[in-house]
Design a binder for this molecule. Structure first.
Ligand code: ADP
Ligand code: ZN
Ligand code: ZN
Length: 754
């Protein structure tokens, strides 16, 4: 599968080779074939602007517009499996829809190894096992790496290279003598091996689940989007498993399952591996090593892997026998890529499903308003038929598990002390007495969100952004969560010299500290991006929680998703008020989803769960809907709002974002843009039955990011097609604007953040 010899010259006649490259120019380039065996879809190496670049062959045309004597020759051709038509067609659609250069679209969809000038051979991977007890005195006092490697080997029956490499970069050198001495053995692994341990436990589906499975399978040989709307714990994953069992029974068929975040893959992977153990499964996400990624990608492309579980980029993975796609937590904003080609994996999945004529299942407890709208139909237009079919799972699947009770604690009556209201403290204390676990949710990592001078009201700012820096006390740093810049904590106020600088507000580190003071006997663990790096760190922590070694968990939204803790009976939400009245029209949709998800962590076992939300606005309708766990009603209210305001999903938007060191340039560019776009609409009035809105340039919430001054223009149309026309004109216009060399600009179609 991964042999990739260089093709020998002199097999075919010479000709023209038309390729795309990873360069920001929206065009293809012609080269001469010096006699290599080259096919459409192959990877080749070509000279470009004094460098050698990997290119993908798009066509072998009879002639070129460039005179033959001006054409350069292809340097080398690889015969690893080429791109197929289906994948190129999907990438073509994306390049057009997201207005991103096709060459960059194609090349960025590949694993890094395939973007390098090398044959695509994946390295052999090994796992290591300790086969004999380590004799006393073998490890010298100073051999720290060796002793850590041995400790790791003693803990696990088998250790992967990735695990060992986490000990030290020099692990190979250290382990070599053990291999030679026969103390350690190794065996080659295929990443895609079916798993060993199968668990047969297969619950009987309840009526709603059975109905969902039956409906989807009944229409499994054509394009059909399904919205599987089920509260947390209602058995959506069980539905996915049954679908896979049925679909994979057909020889060769493949299934792609997408999850929003890498943190969710190990769990789902474990469950799928044990229930579908006879099928080879690979994962695709950012925590894989480059050689694993290549190996997994190739297994998907060759058809060897029957199940692929991946994050958003996996939507482009070539799978020749794809028969079903599933997007779990379809509402999650991490499906939207925020740089490069700003695609939304859910939308791309829908296009792919349509191209392949297969079903696509979108699962969520709190569907995106986009999907909700598509599943309802007729909301703003009586003639509109729903394009998605809705399947609902109303109850928690496991017999004993009940949905948690949700209460608001009014912080205007019970002011929190160090972030915690008396009610929340009591509730935690009760859990400690009963030996149950609590989870506190606060969506801000660090110690405190601001450092403040009480004498002159100075607040610590980022040097590069228009944003406050977050105090990280343990590292004694002020860190910007937007650009990553770090500065030491000043000893005195830079503005007035006052030495009494105070942290204001709460973040995870500080809450952890408070809890340790309040409950010195409790075992407290913090989960955020500062404490959890690498997938093993989270797995280790989660197993500690399951093993009952932790009493209180504090964490950011990293904790909110997917995890299933049987002994967790209390969820406390510290502070969400800033999102209740945010200027971002999506903020309440996102907040509801987030709260529903954290709330869903409580009471998953046989003990009932309780959720306490601290807020100054307990009367807010969002909380009422949350308490009744009535997402449908809340979503309908939000949808009416969007329809009135003509915001997505009731209309389509795109933003043109621009940035430069000097805002005057940005403003001029964007102002010119709005003028030319309005002119275009006036000239083509017949194409725009409903007049698009072209807003004046504005500045985003973070007006300066990493020393660049930013601005954007929003374009809004009632129809997708009209918006695409307008964008095409705008992009063509921008590409030749005189200022375009001095500023950076991008288009963000269906933008969710500005
Ligand atoms: P979701 O994906 O909607 O959060 P899961 O599929 O993870 O829900 O199911 C939640 C829990 O209920 C799991 O422990 C699962 O094993 C169990 N479960 C799912 N379906 C059933 C069923 N039909 N009968 C009993 N238990 C079930
Ligand atoms: Zn001061
Ligand atoms: Zn910054």
């Amino acid at each position: 599968m991964c042999s990739a010899a260089l093709s020998s010259p002199a097999i075919t006649s010479t000709g023209i080779v038309r390729v795309v490259l990873d360069v920001p120019l929206d065009r293809q380039f012609d080269y001469l074939n010096p006699g290599l065996d080259i096919h459409v879809g192959n990877r080749v190496v070509v000279p470009f602007a004094g460098r050698q670049l990997i290119a993908i062959v798009m066509a072998l045309p009879a002639e070129s517009e460039v005179p033959a004597n001006k054409l350069k020759a292809v340097i080398q051709a690889f015969d690893d499996v080429p791109f197929e038509d289906a994948t190129l067609k999907l990438l073509r659609f994306c390049a057009d829809y997201y207005h991103y250069p096709f060459g960059q679209t194609v090349l960025s969809s590949l694993p890094l190894r395939l973007r390098q000038i090398k044959p695509a051979v994946s390295r052999k991977m090994w796992v290591y096992t300790l086969v004999q007890a380590i004799p006393e005195g073998l490890i010298g006092k100073r051999q720290l790496v060796l002793s850590r490697l041995i400790a790791l080997l003693q803990q696990h029956a088998e250790c992967s290279e990735t695990q060992l490499a986490e000990v030290s970069a020099s692990w190979r050198k250290n382990i070599q003598p053990l291999l030679e001495g026969g103390l350690v053995s190794r065996r080659e692994v295929l990443a895609i091996r079916p798993s060993l341990a199968a668990s047969a436990h297969e619950p009987t589906l309840n009526d709603e689940q059975a109905h969902a499975v039956k409906s989807i399978l009944h229409a499994s040989n054509r394009f059909q989007p399904w919205l599987l709307f089920g509260v947390t714990g209602s058995g959506k994953t069980e539905v996915y498993i049954r679908l896979l069992q049925a679909v994979l029974a057909e020889p060769q068929s493949q299934v792609l399952i997408m999850v929003p975040e890498i943190n969710l893959t190990p769990q789902l992977e474990g469950r799928f591996r044990s229930r579908l153990s006879q099928f080879s499964l690979v994962t695709l996400h950012s925590h894989l090593s480059e050689s694993e990624r290549l190996q997994h990608w190739q297994a998907a492309q060759s058809g060897e892997a029957r199940i692929v579980i991946g994050t958003r980029l996996s939507v482009f993975t070539p799978m020749p026998h794809l028969k079903l796609m599933i997007l779990d937590e379809e509402h999650d904003s991490s499906y939207k890529q925020q740089d490069g080609m700003r695609y939304h994996a859910r939308d791309v999945a829908l296009v792919r499903a349509k191209q392949c004529q297969i079903p696509v299942v979108l699962g969520s407890a709190t569907p995106s308003l986009e999907s909700w709208y598509n599943a309802l139909g007729q909301v703003d237009n009586p003639a509109k038929k729903p394009t998605y079919r809705l399947l609902t799972l109303k109850n928690r699947a496991a017999a004993q598990a009940q949905l948690p009770r949700i209460f608001c604690v009014d912080t205007t009556h019970s002011p929190p002390e160090a972030g915690l209201t008396p009610q929340l403290k009591q509730a935690i204390e009760k859990r400690l007495q009963r030996g149950e676990q609590s989870l506190l949710f606060i969506n801000r990592r660090g110690y405190a969100p601001v450092l403040h001078c009480s004498a002159c009201q100075w607040l610590a700012d980022c040097r590069r952004c228009s944003a406050k820096v977050v105090l990280h006390l343990r590292q004694r740093l002020l860190r910007c969560h937007h650009c990553g810049d770090e500065q030491p904590v000043p000893l005195q106020c830079p503005s007035c010299g006052n030495a009494d600088l105070r942290p204001v507000g709460q973040a995870t580190q500080r809450v952890e500290e408070t809890l340790q003071q309040l409950f010195p006997q409790a075992r407290v663990a913090r989960v955020d991006r500062d404490t959890i790096q690498g997938k093993d760190a989270l797995t280790a922590l989660l197993s500690a929680v399951h093993a009952g070694k932790i009493d209180i968990l504090i964490g950011t939204q990293m904790l909110a998703k997917g995890h299933d803790f049987a002994n967790l009976t209390l969820v406390g939400v510290l502070d969400t008020d800033s999102a209740l009245y945010s200027p971002d029209y999506r903020a309440s949709e996102r907040l509801f989803a987030q709260l529903m998800q954290v709330a869903g962590r409580a009471g998953r076992g046989d003990k009932p769960g309780e959720v306490l939300i601290q807020t100054a606005f307990p009367q807010h309708p969002l909380f009422a809907a949350l308490q009744q766990q009535n997402y449908a009603e809340f979503a309908n209210t939000l949808l009416q709002e969007r329809i009135t305001l003509q915001f997505p999903p009731a209309a389509y938007i795109a933003v043109m974002k621009a940035e430069a060191a000097d805002y005057a340039l940005v403003e001029q560019f964007l102002t010119d843009l709005t003028h030319s776009a309005r002119e275009f609409v006036a000239q083509h009035a017949q194409n725009f039955p409903e007049k698009p809105m072209i807003y004046d340039p504005v500045r985003p919430g973070i007006a300066r990011l990493n020393r660049m001054e930013r601005g954007y223009v929003m374009l809004q149309c009632a129809q997708r097609g009209a918006l695409q026309q307008l964008l095409q004109a705008a992009v063509a216009w921008a590409r030749q604007h005189p200022l375009q060399a001095k500023i950076r600009w991008v288009v963000d179609v269906d933008a969710i953040e500005y």
